[in-house]
Design a protein around this ligand. Structure first.
Ligand SMILES: [Zn+2]
Ligand SMILES: [Zn+2]
Length: 447
């Protein structure tokens, strides 16, 4: 009897557990990095605008399927019925246990790429105004998609470490706002299960590649877009005593609105009121009948949000009354419900667990505090308005450490997210993303 095959079998049975024991998110990330970089660079050179993410969604779907997920494509329903939703849902099952949602955005921006990267975008698409616009992944959503795929591959190979269900989300239209809402609106949680935790990462244009920034509590703001029409009684610019000037009135309203943050609000509750657009009149010597303004309002707490929006309305009408306008000429203040975004709230208990996993995987010094901002992300939708699904988003450094040091020394700011010059340092950013997300999911679902 030839005993060699038997010996080899015995040997491999003996060795296998040791090989498996050595498999870690880090070793998988290293092994998968060349393939993930190819996917990332392909996505980077083929960006697609919000609501038009067909090609990106197909790639995410194909790769999630390849990693062993059950994939549903074109999932989601926009409020605008003429838009097709390219949402991707990939479900990876591994017995009974917690359900974790991991989200990556797929859309890019109408920005001209100026990075000089060999895989830079030369793409143009028809923008919302019907004009051809340059398109670029200037927010790093290409990194997020590649990291989602890397995380799915790693979790598929590390199934002995965790149990439960992972719901991978390829989300369209984050930049335009509405993609997360469209997926939830189509019954995401009813059909695929309500997650116990929702996770996301975002690349960061200030943090060194290799590090992750994170904070507990509110980290990004509620956004409300408000349209205001200030009415007046127009006439000749030379006869102001015969008219009611909506331009002077608008100027007073804008200044008075600034007292909402400075005089009406607890200084420890952040508030921003920015008038981003003001349009009125046609000519030097004509006083118009009305002025239109577009205002963005940023807050964290729901009660502050409500109070600030009420103050915008109250102050506009109060100023109009003071200007002597009749009650039928009061300003119209319209809060655009469909454009509203809820604040991102990093559930403190979950964030502590995520921070512990990240420190364990990347080292204590590579996990740093990231100050909250008044920007926004519709990832908050996955937590639901009452934050009843605990959520956490962390920020993966994407910048060459030498450039961060230089910027600190010279004071010259680094290219920000949405800049045509923003380009993540791909290898360490991707590696840190995959290691960070995989370790976190395993920690939340470990056996
Ligand atoms: Zn963005
Ligand atoms: Zn983004």
């Amino acid at each position: 009897m030839n005993s060699r095959p038997f010996l080899i079998l015995l040997l491999s049975m003996w060795i296998a557990p040791f090989i498996l024991a050595q498999q870690t998110p880090q070793s998988f990330a290293d092994a998968e990095l060349p393939s993930l970089l190819t996917i990332y660079k392909d996505l980077h050179s083929h960006p697609e605008l919000s609501t038009k993410e067909q090609r990106s969604a197909e790639i995410v779907a194909k790769e999630l399927r390849g990693a062993g997920c059950e994939v549903t494509e074109n999932f989601g329903k926009y409020d605008n019925p003429s838009w097709k939703c390219y949402g991707v849902v990939g479900v990876m099952k591994n017995g009974t246990g917690p359900t974790v949602l991991v989200r990556a955005e797929m859309d890019s921006l109408p920005v001209q790429e100026q990075t000089g990267a060999p895989y830079g975008s030369k793409v143009t698409m028809t923008g919302v105004n019907g004009k051809e616009v340059p398109v670029m992944h200037a927010c790093g959503h290409d990194i997020h998609m590649a990291a989602l795929i890397g995380t799915a591959r790693a979790l598929a190979r590390l199934k002995d470490r965790w149990h439960g269900t992972i719901i991978f989300i390829g989300q369209p239209a984050e930049e335009a706002v509405g993609g997360a809402h469209a997926m939830l609106n189509a019954g995401l949680y009813e059909r695929f299960g309500r997650p116990d935790y929702a996770l996301a990462l975002h690349d960061d244009a200030e943090i060194e590649a290799g590090k992750i920034g994170i904070a507990e509590g509110y980290t990004q703001a509620n956004v409300d877009s408000v349209d205001v029409t200030v009415k007046g009684i127009g006439g000749h610019g030379a006869y102001p005593h015969k008219i009611k000037d909506p331009i002077v009135l608008s100027a007073e309203i804008i200044n008075a609105w600034q007292t909402i943050a400075s005089r009406e609000n607890n200084p420890l509750d952040p508030v921003v009121v920015t008038v981003g657009s003001i349009v009125g009149g046609t000519k030097h010597n004509i006083i118009p009948d009305e002025v239109k303004m577009q205002v963005t309002v940023r807050t964290y707490k729901p009660e502050v949000r409500e109070r600030v929006l009420a103050a915008i309305d109250r102050i506009a009408k109060g100023c109009a009354t003071a200007a002597g306008l009749p009650s039928d000429k009061m300003p119209e203040v319209n809060v655009l419900k469909k454009e509203a975004v809820n604040a991102t709230y990093n559930n403190p208990e979950l964030t502590k667990r995520v921070t512990t996993s990240l420190k364990g995987a990347l080292g204590d010094n590579n996990v740093i505090h990231k100050d909250p901002v008044m920007g926004a992300d519709d990832f908050s939708d996955f937590s639901l308005p009452d934050h009843s699904v605990p959520g956490c988003m962390f920020h993966v450094g994407a910048v060459d450490p030498a450039k961060v040091a230089e910027s600190k020394k010279t004071g010259v700011p680094l290219p920000s997210l949405h800049s045509g010059k923003f380009l993540p340092l791909p290898e360490p950013t991707l590696r840190t993303s995959v290691v960070g997300m995989t370790s976190t999911v395993i920690n939340l679902t470990k056996k």
